[in-house]
Design a protein around this ligand. Sequence first.
Ligand code: HEC
Length: 103
Amino acid sequence: MRSVIAICLLLPWEFVQSVEPELGTADWAISVSCTGCHGTFGESVSSIPSINGMNEAEFIRKLFEYKQGKRPASVMDRIARGFNSRDFELMSIFFARQKKGPR
Ligand code: HEC
């Protein structure tokens, strides 16, 4: 027991605060609403762009541009306004991990 406490005390605070422990649940849970339009795992079968395998920084930048009304949009401006930067980060990790092409 004492050693467990010692290990916890040795972990840097940044690590404790990182989003890693949430991955696999929170990133999926928040991203699933996007798949209705962007396709399962972000692979679109319509004229809506695919968002799977997208670079995380590019993904977050585009969502901020939609949120701020700086990027032309039909719906994404309104959708992006409903989320914060932590949400964008979780979504970017989820979709960056999804491979392009047939499964
Ligand atoms: C109602 C359908 C719909 C939903 C739901 C939706 N999107 Fe979109 N998304 C679009 C459309 C349509 C575009 C093209 C821009 C536009 O017309 O608004 C787009 C564009 C994007 C782009 C830019 C793609 C590119 O390469 O230019 C990203 C990134 C994106 N959406 C992320 C998301 C995320 C993350 C969610 C979930 C929070 C989401 N979208 C939910 C319809 C949707």
